[in-house]
Design a binder for this molecule. Structure first.
Ligand SMILES: [Mg+2]
Length: 345
């Protein structure tokens, strides 16, 4: 049994195979869509801010073009927009050659899932579909399959109610819920991930961490990291934190959506697991993030949130002693200093 399933975990309907959507589920194409539309719309003096993203996820290219031309009041026809923009997607090489035709044949209807079941020689009722879009979830259910939704658009889970389960990300998929073999890479309530690196001066946050929660986080400015953060799903992570003048510390952190930015910007809030005598605003903080603990969640009370954060801290502190994670403590990135005035090294 996976370490995550120590609590009661009801078995859902048994499945014998999994059909994974590609676009937006296996591939992080939403970031690419944002980059391309941002560049294109700026030519018309418009700014892509992601607010219309939920209106185009799961749409055909034609439907999406109509939405964008209308929403942004572009002085062109949807067909002209499509003719100019879609070649930009092809140039990104995000879809393996030869797949396009097969995908276009069945995309956006339940036929693609029925065709997949036929090729797998399985009954539709024994297939588990994993989808990121609302039309995809609807199509999976219309095909008579079990459907797990991994919504591309944050904070819109209420729109995916027809799905049999809704996950924050594929990191939280538990195949054993459908009688499939569990993933074996979870260790001590943590999932090792490919390490990623982020750093910069510590900035003042909203003051919530220290004053309201009693948990002082060292906030990083994410202005230079928007695309890096878009690659990482929201949730609770852990790793090592380096302050060039003070040393290396264990760290647990949340990545999430800031409602003040209308869900278009993620924030990152690392909690250095050490008692510091004073603030260190402006100091260079470098992080190596090595593992994942859990998705973001809502809590019924402040107390239950604080209890959960302390549980996250205990999980991170213990896990970081495992050789699998402790080896990153010596990563030279942690104590590097990009500031030219910095002479600690
Ligand atoms: Mg999709």
């Amino acid at each position: 049994m996976s370490p995550r399933t120590s609590m009661a975990n009801p078995l859902k309907k048994l499945a014998s195979c999994v059909i994974l959507d590609l676009d937006g589920t296996l591939l992080n194409t939403d970031g690419i869509v944002g980059d391309i539309l941002r560049g294109f719309l700026s030519k018309y003096g418009k700014q892509w801010d992601g607010r219309e993203a939920h209106k185009i996820v799961g749409k055909t290219p034609k439907e999406a073009a109509v939405v964008i031309v209308e929403e942004y009041g572009l002085p062109c026809l949807a067909d002209e927009f499509a003719a100019e923009v879609y070649p930009l997607f092809s140039s990104q090489n995000i879809i393996p050659k030869g797949w396009n035709d097969q995908i276009v044949m069945f995309e956006f209807s339940n036929l693609r899932f029925l065709e997949a079941a036929k090729r797998l020689k399985k009954e539709p009722s024994s297939c588990l579909v994993i989808e990121d879009s609302i039309p995809g979830v609807t199509a999976g259910k219309a095909a008579g399959m079990e459907v797990v939704a991994v919504p591309s658009i944050p904070k819109q889970t209420h729109l995916y109610e027809s799905a049999d389960d809704i996950l924050n990300s594929l990191l939280d998929l538990q195949p054993e819920k459908w009688g499939l073999p569990p993933f074996k890479d979870w260790i001590e309530c943590t999932l090792p991930i490919e390490p990623w690196y982020i750093g910069g001066p510590v900035v003042k946050g909203f003051g919530r961490g220290s004053k309201v929660l009693g948990i002082p986080t060292a906030n990083l400015s994410t202005s230079n990291y928007a695309s890096l953060l878009s690659e990482h799903v929201s949730g609770v992570y852990f790793g090592w934190a380096g302050l060039s003048s003070r040393g290396v510390f264990k760290m647990v952190m949340s990545i999430g959506w800031n409602p003040y930015f209308n869900n278009t910007e993620k924030t990152i809030e690392p909690w250095l697991l050490h008692e510091f005598e004073e603030d260190f605003y402006g100091e260079e903080l470098n992080l190596v993030i090595v593992g994942y603990i859990r998705p973001e969640a809502n809590f019924p009370s402040l107390e239950s949130l604080i209890t959960k954060i302390h549980e996250d801290r205990r999980i991170a502190e213990r896990a970081l002693d495992l050789p699998l994670y402790s080896k990153y403590k010596d990563d030279p990135y942690l104590l590097r200093c990009s500031d030219s005035n910095c002479n600690h090294l």
